[in-house]
Design a protein around this ligand. Structure first.
Ligand code: 13P
Length: 251
């Protein structure tokens, strides 16, 4: 059985004070949480403070991005060594906002994947198609190509530790969610691609999250789909009450 993983990607939001207040409340409200993983992704500036609050609790945390070299003359970048140093468990890689706004290529994302896995972090690899690609019937081709290129030279053991987030670009921040059936179909396609690149055993271990306008009112129906193992939540993860409702979708 794959453990459900509900994650909050805060993007470029929250001061250190707000981030600490949020996780303190999460720790208190979720101390009885069922057998699942709950992960928050604060901005870099709040990571260390959040790490100190969630240590030895059932709330996990991660970084929204990182560079692929361990150290050196890369002004403004944060390395996997630095993240591992403060106990980061997860790192989001290849988010569409980084691909589209910051020009990250599939090759750069692949280098980042290898670096994160070398440092024993679990990457959440984001893949997703644009609206025009879906309308032209090219959604599966786009996802397939992203997976093949982003996962190049990743071993079976490393793949088993990787989480994939399917985030169709037209559903991010738009209030438009993919229908549970369409999302499930794409998740099944992603799992099939992992079977062809690896094998059935590995594919059965990889968790696939859905992301794109996930809210307290649609999480239940999304999680009821057999291929949906979790959610990567943006806007609705910024408010504790709403994120707790999402994390408690089973109750
Ligand atoms: P929204 O939940 O705001 O649509 O964002 C999704 C997302 O990009 C999570 O990484």
């Amino acid at each position: 059985m794959r453990k459900p993983i509900i994650a909050g990607n805060w993007k470029m939001n929250k001061t250190v004070k707000k981030a600490v207040e949020f996780v303190k409340e999460m720790v208190e409200t979720m101390n009885d949480c069922p057998d699942m993983e709950i992960v928050v992704f604060p901005p870099f500036t709040a990571l260390h403070a959040v790490a100190n609050v969630v240590r030895d609790t059932n709330i996990l945390f991660g970084a929204q991005n990182m560079y692929y070299e361990s150290a050196g003359a890369y002004t403004g970048e944060i390395s996997p060594l630095m993240l591992a140093d403060i106990g980061v468990h997860f790192v989001i890689l290849g988010h569409s906002e980084r691909r589209e706004i910051l020009g990250e290529t599939n090759e750069i994302i692949n280098l980042k994947m290898k670096a994160a896995l070398n440092y024993r972090m679990k990457p959440i690899l984001c893949v997703g198609e644009k609206l025009e690609e879906r309308e032209k019937g090219k959604a599966e081709d786009v996802i397939h190509s992203q997976l093949v290129r982003n996962l190049q030279d990743i071993s079976k053991d490393e793949m088993a530790r990787t989480v994939i987030a399917y985030e169709p670009l037209w559903a991010i921040g738009t209030g438009k969610t993919a229908s549970p059936e369409d999302a499930n179909k794409m998740h099944a396609f992603i799992r099939g691609t992992i079977i062809s690149l690896y094998d059935k055993r590995v594919a059965s271990m990889v968790r696939i999250q859905y992301g794109g306008s996930v809210r307290p009112d649609n999480i239940g129906i999304l999680m009821a789909q057999p291929e949906i193992d979790g959610a990567l939540v943006g806007g609705a993860s910024l408010d504790v009450e709403s994120f707790v409702k999402i994390a408690r979708y089973t109750l």
